[in-house]
Design a protein around this ligand. Structure first.
Ligand code: F6R
Ligand code: MG
Ligand code: MG
Length: 365
């Protein structure tokens, strides 16, 4: 059976700052989809990661379907009304356009979708991150799909040993989707050269050499849509696992490094990416930037219950490491590597200060 997995996520308001959506808001979104999605979607799951609500749909309507996207958009609109009624912070903040035009891409919500022929056993992972950017997945994807130090499957499985195709997007290009396709193992250094720059080059998707979809990432840059920063992009990702794809544990292992990503407080800092349990709030320094992961199997479009893979005790150790790294970076305050470059700051304040001070500079005679 050919099935489509669509993830559509948005921040439409949260309690106490950018912490988490309210129960009533979540329930409104869920109830809307349960009611209006009848006959349209095969199955769905709704969860939150920090202040972002993500909806996972299974259906047979293909990618970019206006009815599926419209359903998510209307569910978010219904939620926004509740967020406004409750006075939640940032109510409706990711719904950047006033009228729906058939596809939520370019309208604020983050989207990632894949269509494939279901295998008899179809496990996959659904990731959602908060207080960070799409490039936060660059390093974990490189490790999981291209590095035998992380993924022994690249040596052990003859199919995986052939390598993968990485489609990488230049997200600074705003006139369209500017992408490049590079293959492993031969293109490893070229891929690494691009992926070091998380702000500009983002893994959009990964395919097997046979052309089977393996991973998709949402590549939305909110500031490209709004013309100014309206919040970090908080990306979602789907990864098919096992057999000819990396094993679940190989993909997860890539997240144990808690690498530094752009985001955190006011979307303007370098902070470690902390793997968190499903439906977790933010805390320290409006973060730390977090990623959650629900493992599923799907059959005939029907989802199993999710497994919260970062709830295992191993990840308590990783979370402690991330806390330590976060604290150490914060000891740097505003200095050097602690803050993002001007182009990535969520606020224009520093640029304004510099403009003002620039006039006062004098060249010594
Ligand atoms: C991401 C997020 C942050 C905020 C940023 C701005 O989910 O919440 O990137 O967008 O902290 O905050 P305010 O709205 O207070 O200016
Ligand atoms: Mg937010
Ligand atoms: Mg968010």
């Amino acid at each position: 059976m050919k099935i489509t997995l669509s993830v559509i996520k948005a921040d439409i308001g949260s309690i106490g700052g950018h912490i988490k959506p309210s129960e009533k808001l979540l329930k409104t979104v869920k109830d809307y989809i349960a009611g209006e999605g009848h006959g349209l979607v095969k199955d769905f799951y709704v969860g939150y990661t920090g202040d972002d609500i993500a909806i996972l749909f299974t259906h047979t309507r293909g990618k970019g379907d206006s009815k599926i996207h419209g359903l998510a958009w209307k569910a978010f609109l219904a939620g926004t009304q509740v967020a406004k009624d409750q006075g939640l912070y940032g109510a409706g903040q990711d719904l950047l356009k006033s009228s729906f035009s058939g596809n939520v891409k370019g309208m604020g919500p983050a989207v990632c979708e894949m269509e494939f022929q279901e295998r008899p056993n179809e496990p996959f992972l659904f990731f959602a991150a908060d207080k960070t950017e799409p490039g936060a997945y660059n390093l974990p994807l490189y490790l999981a799909f291209a590095d035998p130090m992380n993924t022994p499957g690249l040596l052990l499985s003859p199919e995986m040993n052939k390598g993968f195709k990485f489609r990488i997007m230049d997200v600074s290009y705003t006139k369209g989707d500017r992408v490049i396709e590079l293959s492993t193992p031969e293109g490893l250094y070229d891929i690494a050269a691009l992926l070091r720059d998380n702000e500009r080059f983002v893994v959009e998707s990964i395919y097997s050499k046979k052309g089977e979809i393996a991973a998709v990432v949402s590549t939305t840059r909110l500031h490209n849509i709004a013309g100014k920063y309206t919040g970090k992009d908080d990306p979602v990702m789907l990864v098919r696992v096992q057999k000819h794809f990396p094993a679940t544990g190989e993909v997860l292992a890539a997240f144990s490094r808690t690498h530094y990503v752009g985001g955190g407080m006011r979307g303007s800092h370098s902070m470690p990416l902390m793997p968190m349990k499903l439906n977790s709030p933010t805390s320290y320094f409006d973060g730390p930037p977090m990623v959650s992961c629900a493992a599923f199997c799907v059959h005939n479009g029907l989802l199993t219950e999710p497994v919260d893979v970062f709830a295992h005790p191993y990840w308590d150790y990783v979370r402690s490491k991330a806390s330590r790294k976060a604290t150490e970076m914060r000891e740097q305050g505003f200095s050097g590597a602690a803050m993002l470059p001007y182009s990535e700051l969520e606020y224009g304040g520093i640029v304004e200060i510099l403009k003002r001070l620039d006039k006062k500079f004098k060249v010594k005679k």
